[in-house]
Ligand binder design. Structure first.
Ligand code: AMP
Ligand code: MG
Length: 318
């Protein structure tokens, strides 16, 4: 029997009984539990096989709820919240003492956001507690952007996926932390650096090495297909170098063809980066299920969401 359902009250019931439910958001599907339930939070880590040093993002339905969650809101954090919430921006702020350590991996900070999805906002409004929700994929696998992706991963381990259709943005949230009240970019995501900088001016970007301990979403190996994947500028050259392989191509706009190309996924034939980002994970899921020898992904232009897409593709090759 399918675990996919549109019944919000059923999700309320399961979550109120300290169990987990997969929820739709505009970024990717999340695996959600009551932030104050040790049982629910431990189940999230167990089901995902996620290491405990990886903190979870807390999902709220309103800015007012921040009061009980964080102890200090820097001025630039307030401006970002005003500009982008509800939306695909996670702010890492000093936590309130009541937030359990298992949510924050023992840190004194907590990641928070208001997702921009009508179904999950309706769910959050019916619950007397916020939801902790990392992406609803096993650790190191491709993030889910449809209810079917989640069901494929977890049909034997969770009771319910709340169906909210395909995720409109399709990439994880952009994560910004604060060090001495100054913003620092921890993870590229659905909102581009250019959009962020149009609100608060130039932002410091943490490089991967510097970042690993504080934002494990930046772990080098993350979001990976099981088929060996390559990220290249010159797809045609790569295809010629591997004549005896069955290859799947992840292309931005072009329909590549050659004898050894078994499948091409075009992310946006009109060259729209937002559309390409929305299609990225479902195309990777598709290619990963085709029994190919290798997947070759074309490098994206280095601006706007192109940088976020390249970041995920780079990790998919690790
Ligand atoms: P996921 O929801 O699976 O994309 O993972 C959530 C990600 O949010 C983590 O892997 C971290 O990168 C980030 N995160 C959440 N809370 C914190 C925090 N307190 N400090 C730094 N990063 C955080
Ligand atoms: Mg994740």
């Amino acid at each position: 029997m399918s675990i996919i359902s549109k019944n919000i009250d059923k999700a309320v019931h399961i979550l109120s009984n300290e169990d987990v439910v997969a929820i739709p958001t505009e970024t990717v599907y999340g695996l959600a539990g009551n932030i104050y339930s040790d049982q629910a939070i431990r189940k999230i880590f167990e089901v995902k096989q996620r290491p405990l040093f990886n903190p979870l993002i807390v999902h709220l339905h309103s800015v007012e709820q921040l009061q009980g969650i964080v102890s200090h809101i820097p001025e630039k954090a307030q401006r970002l919240a005003d500009a982008f919430w509800p939306g695909s921006l996670t702010l890492v702020l000093k936590k309130n003492l009541s937030i359990p350590d298992v949510i924050t991996a023992g840190k004194d900070t907590v990641g928070v956001r208001i997702p921009n999805h009508p179904v999950t906002l309706a769910l959050l409004k019916k619950l007397p507690f916020p939801l902790a929700a990392p992406s609803a994929n096993p650790f190191n696998r491709i993030s889910p952007t449809s209810a079917l992706h989640v069901e494929g991963y977890f049909k034997d381990t969770i009771q319910m996926v709340l169906d909210g259709g395909d995720c409109q943005n399709g990439l994880e949230s952009t994560i910004i932390g604060f060090e001495d009240d100054e913003p620092v970019l921890y993870r590229l995501g659905s909102i581009s650096v250019e959009e962020i900088e149009s609100v608060i001016g130039e932002i410091r970007v943490k490089n991967k090495e510097e970042n690993t301990p504080s934002a494990p979403g930046m772990l080098a190996k993350h979001y990976a297909p099981r088929t060996k994947t390559y990220l290249v500028e010159n797809v045609e050259g790569f295809i010629k170098e591997h004549p005896n392989k069955a290859i799947g191509v992840l292309s931005f706009t072009e329909a590549f063809s050659a004898a050894n190309i078994k499948y091409v996924e075009i992310l946006s034939s009109s060259g729209d980066l937002k559309v390409a980002a929305a299609n990225l994970y479902s195309s990777l899921h598709k290619l990963d299920h085709l029994d190919l020898d290798m997947i070759v992904a074309q490098k994206f232009p280095e601006f706007g969401l192109g940088n976020s897409i390249n970041d995920r593709l780079d990790r998919a090759t690790k």
